[in-house]
Ligand binder design. Structure first.
Ligand code: NDP
Ligand code: HSE
Length: 445
């Protein structure tokens, strides 16, 4: 029994010293570390919570797998039965996916159990439904681990910056793609080998398409934008481009021009000339100058910049993937939810009072690095420049590399709208002398 707690409770807490029952759903990369750390730190958790925690059961898909240190009697394939046990107070969901965990998390919330989840895909797709169920039952729904694993960015937005006005949240929020891009740039590793290594190290999602196509980062962007702008932003609202089309040649060209390519999530408050506000969230490969702090974020590390009216610029950096770092965030939430079960009360719900409209991607302004294969002939450069001029976009730099009959032309523009850029690319592709627009990579403003 915790001995440093006042002998008072409030709300409908179980009371100081009561045991908090945990149902652990999932025992993979994250779940195994959560279980290990609950056992290793049981005494500290008891002191911090006000009562002991006890894992009542662990739901997995295959109970016959080797799981050293895990008592076989805790394992079950019947997650619903485990959730519904009377002695379960908090459900930790670390299975992944959307439909099945949605069913489980809703069942848990409706049964009055608080939920801790690391599942960004679920939260970004169904936040309103889950929040409504948590509110109706008066229980907690926590998801710190869903964004940037160990970096406490959700708590920072929910609590620490709750008195400020956030203008922009941007950064690297996917460890797998950062690992791949870093390996391709620094060791010349192939995309395939780097992805295989990120998977082996436990960074990638069960289906790594979610990582490399930017979906995982888009879910995280949706969560960050919702919290930062007090507006519900879902996965479908986020413009999303991954890294699967980034070639070794793109990385080399960026390197020679003094840039690293990073997959950035960018969430922005946009203000129109008449003062009307909207929000935009997007994920895409981005050129970052080598001397920018984001360029030195390597391996599976994440880094997030927050620009707030009063606080100014803040940067958060740390482990963005992997069992242990993710377990840290899950356990922070578990301690919080368990404390509330013991002492009573619950954390305030996510507030989306601002209801800002979602700006389309076409309205976003940025700069572009456009890599083209063109005919090596007099007048080609003029024809290409004319296309940009027709659309009112000025060029910042133009670089040409001869390749015999053809030339590689790399153009960097000044800021232009995405919708205008799309028109320009269409026109360039229609020119006889432009053989291919190899890539368009954005430069962060
Ligand atoms: P894993 O694939 O390693 O583990 C998934 C676990 O879920 C396994 O134990 C598996 O059982 C179990 N499971 C799968 N299907 C079922 C089912 N139908 N019923 C019961 N159990 C089932 O995933 P991770 O641990 O990597 O990720 C879990 C969650 O955490 C995901 O939402 C992920 O996005 C998130 N996350 C992951 C991070 C990471 O770095 N890995 C970081 C941050 C968040 P079995 O063991 O029998 O196969
Ligand atoms: N697959 C995710 C990543 C795990 O690589 O960032 C952490 O959310």
């Amino acid at each position: 029994m915790a001995n440093n707690q006042a002998a008072t409770t409030y709300g409908h807490g179980k009371g100081i010293g009561a045991t908090v029952g945990i149902a652990l759903l999932g025992m993979g990369t994250v779940g195994a570390e959560v279980f290990r750390l609950i056992n290793e730190n049981a005494n500290d958790f008891e002191q911090r919570i006000g009562g002991p925690v006890a894992v009542r059961g662990i739901a997995v898909s295959d109970t016959s797998k080797e799981r050293p240190g895990v008592p076989a009697e805790l394992l079950t394939t019947d997650a619903h039965a485990l959730i519904n046990r009377d002695d379960v107070d908090v459900v930790v969901e670390v299975i992944g996916g959307i439909d099945y965990p949605r069913e489980l998390v809703l069942a848990a919330l409706r049964a009055g159990k608080s939920v801790v989840t690391a599942n960004k895909a679920l939260v970004a797709a169904h936040a309103d439904e889950l929040a409504a169920a948590a509110n109706a039952a008066g229980v907690d729904l926590f998801f710190e681990a869903a964004v940037a694993a160990a970096i406490p960015v959700v708590g920072m937005l929910r609590r620490s910056l709750a008195g400020d006005k956030i203008q922009r949240i941007s950064g690297i929020v996917n460890g797998t793609t950062n690992f791949i891009l870093d390996a391709m740039e620094t060791t010349g590793a192939s995309y395939e080998d780097a992805l295989a290594e990120a998977t082996r190290l436990g960074y990638a999602e069960a289906d790594p398409t979610a990582d490399v196509e930017g979906h995982d980062a888009a879910s995280k962007a949706a969560i960050l934008a919702s919290l930062g702008f007090y507006t519900r932003v879902t996965f479908d609202d986020v413009h999303c481009e991954g890294i699967s089309k980034i070639t070794a040649e793109d990385i080399e060209a960026a390197d020679r021009a003094g840039y690293s390519i990073k997959l950035l999530a960018i969430c922005e408050r946009l203000t129109a000339a008449d003062g009307t506000e909207s929000v935009n969230a997007r994920v895409h490969p981005t050129l970052v100058p080598k001397d920018h702090p984001l360029a030195s974020v390597n391996k599976s590390y994440n880094a997030i910049f927050v620009e707030a009216e009063a606080a100014g610029s803040l940067m958060f950096y740390g482990n963005g993937a992997g069992g242990n770092p993710t377990a840290s965030a899950v356990l922070g939430d578990l301690v919080g939810a368990s404390r509330n079960k013991v002492h009573g009360g619950r954390a305030p719900e996510d507030n989306t009072y601002a209801h800002l409209p979602i700006a389309s991607f076409g309205e976003v302004e940025t700069r572009y690095h456009i890599d083209m294969e063109v005919a090596d002939r007099t007048g080609v450069l003029a024809a290409i420049s004319n296309v940009f001029a027709e659309f009112g976009v000025s060029l910042r730099t133009v670089r040409q590399e001869d390749r015999g009959e053809t030339a590689r032309l790399i153009v960097v523009t000044h800021a232009a709208r995405e919708s205008v850029l799309a028109d320009i690319v269409e026109h360039l592709s229609g020119l006889d002398d432009v053989h291919a627009v190899n890539s368009v990579i954005r430069l962060d403003n």
